[in-house]
Design a protein around this ligand. Sequence first.
Ligand code: PHE
Length: 336
Amino acid sequence: MLDRIDKVLEEINSFTASNSSEIESFRIKYVGKKSIINELFEDFRNVPGEQKKELGPALNKLKNLAQERLRELAEGLTSNRDQVASEIDVTLPPIHNSEGSIHPISQTKSRIIEIFERQGFNVEDGPEIDNDWNNFTALNFPENHPAREMQDTYFIERDPDVLLRTHTSNVQIRLMNKKKPPIRSIMPGRVFRNEAISARAHCFFHQVEGLCIGERISFKDLKNTLYYFSREMFGKDTKIRLRPSYFPFTEPSAEIDISCFICGGSGCKICKKTGWVEIAGSGMVDPNVLENCGIDSGKYSGFAFGMGIERITMLKYQLDDLRLFSENDLRFLKQF
Ligand code: PHE
């Protein structure tokens, strides 16, 4: 038995621990209820009387030693931790968390809003899911007219009267129904069209449309408003050009081009050598639209315009693939 005691003694003295689970296994093996030492105490009961005198103190010594060693091991681990802590140089500059950035579409949207707010426009919001009346019919799209096909529409299957708006003009209708002129508002928002996804088209994108209705609002006001916008957005030397166009809800209608801000009009890749780039559709609100919303077209007139936020952003940053905006590739997003 003395031999067994000596062996355990040696084991305890040479035991080292580098983490708390090793200390725990020491405790289980030498100090716990089922420890080797307790086993020795069990066996001690059957030892003949005269041997007990010698073995008793040896066993007690072993037990105390095990407890002492357990304490030492635990302390060693904490002091070790203190030492590691003192090796950390708190004067080193911190490692920064990487910050997110504002999506380029949101940045352009904010910039557009800011420019129109300065011209007295307020921001109006409306639903992405709307009915045929607000998206088409009230805007003077005749039933079965091919103009509806200009905007490939997603209809809600259960009710073809309900659709995903193809432009934010639905907000213009809603606004004219609830508010009488004067109106000077812009409507930013997401719109949907059933297009095959490619570098130049997507099934959803963002627009800012604008509406200005009042007494004696003329084409001149439309031109001035968009001229101011173009110079603020693309630089003070920007010129604008209006090209005749067609929209069911405006008459006359015009496409707005700006002089190419990359080459200044001399011709480059961005403007396809024409010196001009298209940025918006516009026109004088068709009297039918005003009447559809209960506004007296004899008394009031107005202009409207609409532009794609993706398009403006692509021009501004010279991007050539629309898909970049919705793929959430951090290598792209981190550049803004
Ligand atoms: N709603 C048109 C579109 O989405 C844009 C537009 C708005 C054109 C207002 C003219 C006037 O294509």
